[in-house]
Design a protein around this ligand. Structure first.
Ligand code: GLY
Length: 321
């Protein structure tokens, strides 16, 4: 159940003025009420627990977000994140991930195979290279050179589902599939700093080489430590088209609450592609510098988990339809 304080954080209309203050001070605003972490879907509850261990010890938001993503990647039953994820149409699971900290540092990997923790490879890219994004065999080579190991794990359930899919080879994303998709995490730490991470195996049975929004800074994730952080889940092509997470952060910069900013992005998607959006799901979650948070999605059924000092709860995001 959402506590009163969590409700206020979710719905506060004070955001505009206080956000302006925080922009000037570059520190937590007066309403700052301790750390908060948001993660997509119902598996976000476990993700938040991993992240909260770090936030509760006054650790950095980016560390919390990475820890949360690693937990999701570790789940060998998850069919939408990590090596257990559903494969592309050739039967090969490929992974996308990105991470961003409070200093505009960011790192990303995409089309990565046989590496258990793409989020940590993305972090290595962020911290040890002059680049933001590495792809495919280059990303894998970089991972191996940096101490990550090849992992041949194949999830029998994902493999079985792929064999079933081959019978028709019909490409049809399923909305709210198993209440899973990308794990996207945004966090505000005890020092008032923001960070975020996201990780996915992408769309099941995608064309080989397809990369979605999740490893693209500004689409699947964006963190601006002056304003707020946002991450996305769902059909990545639609998120990329509007640079979704960046758009949400910019609307928060203009003074919108996190939920209103997420709604603004969803409404833009629907306005530019009204027909396509009827059969797609996209969800955004966001947190601002004051610790207010919110989410919004196209179709009903998207949930996100929120952990504050009050506890860890699952929230049904409001939806356009
Ligand atoms: N949002 C995940 C993807 O489209 O790959």
């Amino acid at each position: 159940m959402t506590s009163r304080r969590q409700f206020i954080r979710r719905t506060s209309a004070l955001g505009v003025g206080l956000l302006a203050f925080s922009r000037l001070s570059k520190a937590a605003s007066p309403t700052f009420d301790g750390p908060v972490v948001l993660s997509t879907w119902n598996f976000g509850l476990q993700t938040n627990e991993a992240a909260w261990k770090i936030l509760a010890e006054k650790g950095r938001a980016v560390d919390a977000a990475e820890a949360g993503a690693r937990l999701a990647e570790d789940d060998l039953k998850s069919t939408s994140v990590g090596l257990a994820g559903r494969p592309d149409r050739e039967g090969i699971t490929t992974l996308d991930a990105c991470i961003m900290d409070e200093f505009y540092n960011c790192g990303s990997v995409c089309f990565l195979e046989k590496i258990k923790h793409p989020i940590s490879v993305a972090r290595k890219v962020m911290e040890t290279t002059p680049h933001v994004m590495l792809a495919g065999s280059g990303a894998q080579q970089f991972a191996l050179e940096n101490g990550f190991e090849l992992d041949d794990y194949v999830n029998p359930e994902s493999e079985k589902a792929w064999h079933e899919w081959l019978k028709t080879s019909e490409y049809k994303p399923i909305i709210n599939f198993e209440n899973h998709d990308t794990i996207g995490i945004v966090a505000l730490d005890a020092h008032g700093n923001l960070g975020g991470a996201c990780s996915t195996s992408g769309m099941a049975y995608k064309i080989r080489g397809r990369v979605g929004d999740s490893p693209i800074i500004g689409a699947g994730l964006y963190v601006d430590n002056e304003v707020g952080a946002c991450t996305a889940t769902g059909t990545g092509e639609e998120v990329i088209r509007i640079a979704g997470s960046h758009l949400v952060v910019e609307k928060m910069r203009d003074g919108m609450s996190p939920e209103d900013a997420c709604r603004y992005a969803v409404e833009r998607m629907i306005r530019i592609r009204p027909e396509q959006s009827k059969t797609l799901q996209v969800g955004f979650i966001a947190v601002n510098k004051s610790g207010e948070y919110g989410g919004y999605c196209i179709q009903p059924g998207f949930q996100y988990a929120v952990h504050t000092n009050e506890g860890n709860v699952l929230v049904d995001a409001r939806s356009y339809y």
